[in-house]
Design a protein around this ligand. Structure first.
Ligand code: ADP
Length: 237
């Protein structure tokens, strides 16, 4: 029993490290530029940056709280979430890295709002995980490009993240979403992003799929029932 408890604790700590490290990196960056602005006496801009840093701290707090409820196996409280909004929040969190690595990131807004039943913070986490993986995949390429878009097709809401990295070899297809599976050698990869994402999507009746293009590159897709479809099904149940 003790060994099982320790193993669970290890998995939990790894999950926390994974979900907290991105906002922490963004905060490091924000505080560095706050320092520069303060040295130049630009108090207005400093106030904006401090606000941004507080938002990131709140995000970490929300994440830790969610992980606690995850550990207790509480059902997620579902709310109506604007998919395009979740997409831009996640993109903002990834922005410092996009800028510092010179990646061409394109966010294609959907022509009309797409609403899904989910939990905003958890959905943003899933999208951020996909963005971080895409950024890892294109890292070091001169023509690094990541495109994110969402669309609604009947009852299905879909969000896509496409990169022009190496793609995923056929023999790894079934393994990449296993907990602790990683091909990253830098020690930064815990191999939890996709397994956590899949578990989160399960709570929203969502699915995650991916395709490797003929010329490499990878497109991840998350599909969720659009709000209209979800409420119809609930009514039927
Ligand atoms: P981690 O990012 O910590 O390795 P993940 O669960 O997020 O953990 O991803 C597992 C593995 O899936 C990665 O190590 C990588 O091999 C593969 N992978 C995920 N996304 C992509 C992508 N966009 N392009 C290429 N490989 C990817």
């Amino acid at each position: 029993i003790q060994a099982a408890k320790l193993a669970a604790l290890g998995r939990m700590s790894a999950a926390i490290v994974h979900e907290v490290s991105q906002p922490l990196a963004a905060m490091e960056n924000t505080l560095a530029s706050t320092g520069l602005l303060a040295a130049r006496g630009e108090t207005g801009a400093v106030a904006d940056k401090v606000r941004a840093a507080r938002d990131l701290v709140r995000r970490i707090q929300r994440t830790v709280k969610l992980l606690k409820s995850f550990a207790r196996n509480e059902p997620a409280t579902l709310e109506t979430v604007d998919l395009a909004k979740a997409m831009s929040v996640a993109a903002e969190l990834a922005a410092p890295r996009v800028a510092s690595e010179g990646v061409a990131m394109t966010l294609a807004p959907s022509p009309r709002p797409i609403r899904v039943l989910a939990n905003a913070t958890r959905l943003e986490q899933v999208i951020l995980n996909l963005l971080v993986n895409a950024l890892d995949a294109v890292s070091g390429r001169a023509d690094a490009a990541v495109t994110v878009w969402c669309e609604q097709d009947g009852d299905a809401a879909r969000l896509f993240v496409r990169d022009n990295g190496p793609g995923i070899p056929e023999k790894l297809r079934d393994r990449i979403a296993e907990p602790f599976f990683t091909t990253k050698v830098t020690g930064e990869g815990l191999g939890l992003g996709l397994s956590i994402s899949r578990a989160i999507l399960d709570d929203f009746d969502g699915r995650m799929t991916f395709e490797t293009g003929a010329n490499g590159g990878c497109t991840f897709c998350i599909a969720l029932p659009a709000v209209e479809a979800a409420s119809r099904r609930e009514a039927a149940e």
